[in-house]
Ligand binder design. Structure first.
Ligand code: BG6
Length: 476
């Protein structure tokens, strides 16, 4: 076989998040979080978007995060399956409320620390590097109720205290860190993204960008602390990625696409370049936003990340007359339907070349190593009479995207690794469904929470094992 285009130390693996996999939502002293309040069913979107204030659980609703796939109790079995595929990296998140159940305590919860020490040790035992997100959407509810979540500057202290606690407690076990998962999603899904709920008279844009400022300051401080605790630590930001294409070459459409890209890249511009981008002034003026900053904030923001991580599921499309009626959401971000590409069952455009385009744009802009930490196809799987899951559609999606990532490497981009999303089936963040599956490993559980939770290797499991063993060269 020809020599691999992937570097010899390229990290191969998969990704999950605490709130979509662990379950055990009140065990081990864990506090309740924003994601625990988001029901499955008709009210899901209103709660996720922060339009419907939901501060108490209801008896007549089902909350998928409460049980999820019970990774909390089954992680040893699950990590062994990842090791069997040859993973060298495993991305998960720490549930903030397992470490600080309310979020504003001084002393951490010992049971939470013990759980993650065991989990990361288990990964290391199998030669797997943990890649750990500090906040993957789940803010402790106490912080939402008491402080309005990221509306409040106090969150910077709570988060940095939490971050330091994690860097110290897991020093020697974890060296790859991400501060906030898909930080730009707070603009599109404010409650699930950042614990924000709105009052009738709020200027929503003002609330969101003030919260964004707090997160950006907290992220820069956490980055600095990580390096102080251990200079070997490498910290990344994380973008919900996917370039916008102009719907046509009409200049107004090209401009609309550029503005849409900036909306998302705004966060990474700060985290990777260390200052607010030049276009922010006009953006804030036109939206009537005045971001309150403290003296010293611009110094703090200069602590930039070591690498830029991102998710990529689909490219996006924008025009000057895009509105709520002619667009739909792919990975929460609104987009026009691109007539040149196919889409998944959930309407997410399938566009491997878009990945190469996105990676080139990001490296041109940031000149920092990239890490593709989420990519995959959400699809309905069928277990046949022999008990097999023949997920050729998933293999084909992943194959084409891995090829495109290889092309980006050939284009000269340093890429640290690849963690496909939902390497074991888990709860969908957007819909709350279990039936929107991404995994190499099937989990017997349905959308209402019924099932044995048994794990089964899919066809893609055996395929991915070969991909890893050949360092990305055997994709057949
Ligand atoms: C990203 C998130 O938005 O996409 C994950 O970081 C999420 O949490 C993933 O699960 C896929 O989206 P969905 O809605 O299909 O679960």
């Amino acid at each position: 076989m020809a020599e691999s285009i992937f570097p010899a130390d390229f990290l191969w693996g998969g990704a999950i998040a605490a709130n979509q996999a662990e379950g055990a939502y009140l065990e081990g002293g864990k506090g309740i979080t924003t994601v625990d309040m988001i029901p499955h069913g008709k009210d899901r979107m209103a709660v996720k978007l922060g339009v419907e204030k939901r501060f108490a659980l209801r008896d007549d609703e089902f909350y998928p995060s409460h049980g999820a796939i019970d990774f909390y109790h089954r992680y040893k079995e699950d990590i062994a399956l990842m090791a069997e595929m040859g993973f060298t990296v495993f991305r998960t998140s720490i549930a903030w409320s397992r470490i600080f159940p309310n979020g504003d305590e001084q002393q951490p919860n010992a049971a939470g620390i013990a759980f993650y020490r065991d989990l990361f040790s288990e990964c290391k035992k199998h030669g797997i590097e943990p890649l750990v997100t500090l906040c993957h959407f789940d803010v402790p509810m106490h912080l939402v109720r008491e402080y309005g979540s990221w509306r409040s500057r106090k969150m910077v202290d709570f988060f940095t205290h939490y971050a330091r606690t994690c860097f110290e407690a897991f020093d020697g076990l974890v060296k790859y860190w991400l501060t906030f998962n898909e930080i730009n999603i707070m603009l599109h899904s404010p409650f699930s993204g950042a614990g924000l709920v709105f009052e009738k008279d709020d200027n929503k844009e003002q609330v969101k960008y003030q919260a964004a400022h707090h997160e950006l300051v907290a992220s820069a401080l956490a980055t600095k602390i990580a390096h102080e605790v251990n200079p070997e630590n490498q910290v990344g930001c994380m973008l919900a990625g996917g370039n916008f294409y102009p719907y046509s070459c009409k200049p107004e459409d090209v401009w609309a696409a550029l503005e849409k890209d900036r909306e998302n890249l705004f966060f990474i511009d700060v985290q990777a370049r260390g200052a607010y981008p030049s276009y922010a002034r006009r953006l804030f003026k036109e939206k009537g936003i005045v971001v309150e900053m403290e003296p010293g904030d611009s110094e703090i923001l200069k602590d930039t990340v070591d690498f830029v991580s991102f998710s990529y599921y689909a490219s996006r499309c924008a025009s000057a007359d895009m509105n709520d009626n002619n667009s739909n959401a792919a990975n929460i971000v609104k987009s026009l339907k691109n007539p040149y590409i196919e889409a998944s069952e959930w309407g997410w455009g399938i566009d491997p070349l878009g990945l190469r385009i996105t990676m080139n744009m990001m490296y041109d802009r940031y000149q920092k190593p990239l890490f593709l930490v989420e990519n995959g196809l959400g699809a309905k799987d069928v277990v046949n009479e022999q008990g097999e899951i023949n997920d050729d559609y998933r293999i084909s999606y992943l194959r084409e995207h891995i090829k495109a990532m290889g092309e980006a490497i050939e284009d000269g981009i340093p890429v640290m690794g690849y963690t496909s999303w939902g390497c074991i089936d888990l709860v969908s963040a957007s819909t709350g469904e279990m039936s929107k599956r991404y995994g190499f490993v099937y989990v017997d559980r349905d959308d209402q929470g019924n099932g044995t939770l048994a794990r089964t290797r899919k066809k893609s499991f055996h395929w991915y094992k070969k991909v890893i063993a050949s360092n990305g060269m055997d994709l057949d």
